[in-house]
Design a protein around this ligand. Structure first.
Ligand code: ZN
Length: 203
């Protein structure tokens, strides 16, 4: 399986990092070794001094497809989870300045903590889901998927022009504003609506 991450998919977040608002979706990829499951702790790596959290809704692909049109994209997913797209922001700044790819700042081991999956049938509309992240008891990110610049169906249409999607592939759909640094000892609690989805520590 493979993991897609979407960059700059919420206006307020694109602005806070002083990025241009994209005219079409942009994605990067992570290997399966980026996943961190079951609320296991994340060990702060030595290669960064500025590790950031980004809470995101994650969509799981349920069907193989290529060149999927936006209007049929709904048929290709039926579960979501909450994920954190951990980012070495200092390395990312260097990559951006030099126009280099993002693997070293986004795709490292355990860079993608993820919750258990829930059936999408529990939610009437994928573009109307509240989600949030608390760090040490304080809410730092809180958003609704209606504020995505490109909705999930558009993301799937875009990605599948270039890369065949397969059952079990994941899409981290982008983060809203409020990203910031993590420190050893931090406790992260992520929610979809009022439901606690993840609760883990940085060690
Ligand atoms: Zn992200």
């Amino acid at each position: 399986m493979k993991i897609f991450g979407i960059g700059r998919n919420y206006l307020d977040h694109a602005k806070e990092l002083k990025n241009d608002v994209p005219a079409e979706p942009m994605f990067f990829m992570m290997p399966d070794t980026a996943l961190l499951t079951n609320n296991k702790p994340f060990y702060y790596p030595e290669f960064t001094k500025n590790l950031h959290y980004e809470v995101e809704i994650v969509v799981k692909i349920s069907r193989v497809g290529k060149n999927i049109s936006e209007k049929f994209a709904k048929r290709y997913y039926d579960e979501i989870a909450l994920g954190i797209d951990l980012t070495a922001r200092d390395l990312q700044e260097k990559c951006k300045q030099k126009g280099l790819p993002w693997e070293i700042c986004k795709s490292f081991d355990n860079a993608a903590p993820i919750s258990k999956f829930v059936k999408l049938s529990n939610y009437p509309n994928i573009q109307d889901i509240d989600f949030s992240l608390d760090i040490n008891g304080k809410t730092v990110q809180k958003a609704n998927t209606r504020d995505m610049i490109f909705g999930v169906d558009r993301l799937i249409a875009h990605i599948s022009q270039f890369v065949t999607i397969k059952i079990g592939d994941l899409i981290y759909t982008g983060t809203p504003a409020g990203v910031g640094p993590l420190h050893i000892g931090d406790n992260l609690i992520g929610r979809i609506g009022d439901k606690k989805m993840m609760d883990f520590y940085i060690k």
